[in-house]
Design a binder for this molecule. Structure first.
Ligand code: ZN
Length: 149
């Protein structure tokens, strides 16, 4: 059930098929790939799987609703190579992770195509700019139990 996609030609390989493909150095300039970056599978079309794949990285500042705090929101999208689909669901070869590191917030979205990933990546950035993606401060109360003497 593990499918790997070549973005060069769109061919999909099972893990067994992918492991039988020709191996090439992960980094061309490596002089000893066994001790450096290792090897990657090369599709019959010539494309090296998981090398030079599409990705998009954005960083946006967001101010909390009360205006007191500013946090960095990271929006990272990329081709993940291995299909992450569930059962008979749609293919999931791409993902976007929205992250607010200071708040340990993280949300993952997955897509079948690069076009879907690019569209949703842009939509997320737009929602942050339009204020549809908001950070609402939580108020915490602390109590001390004291007794009058
Ligand atoms: Zn290919």
């Amino acid at each position: 059930m593990s499918d790997w996609m070549c973005t060069g030609c769109g061919k999909v390989y099972s893990t067994d098929q992918m492991l039988k493909l020709k191996l090439v150095k992960a980094v061309e300039s490596d002089t000893n790939p066994h001790q450096q970056h290792g090897f990657l599978s090369q599709c019959t079309c010539g494309h090296v799987l998981m090398r030079d794949e599409w990705s998009k990285h954005s960083s946006v500042l967001i101010v909390t609703e009360d205006g007191y705090n500013t946090f960095t929101v990271l929006v990272n999208s990329w081709f993940i190579g291995l299909n992450h689909k569930f059962g008979d669901g749609p293919d999931q070869f791409y993902e976007t992770i929205v992250e607010v590191p200071a708040l340990e917030y993280e949300k993952t979205f997955r897509y079948a195509t690069q076009a879907d990933a690019e569209t949703h990546h842009a939509e997320i950035l737009e929602k942050i700019q339009n204020g549809e993606f908001r950070l609402i401060p939580r108020i915490r109360y602390e109590f001390n139990l004291t007794e009058d003497e």
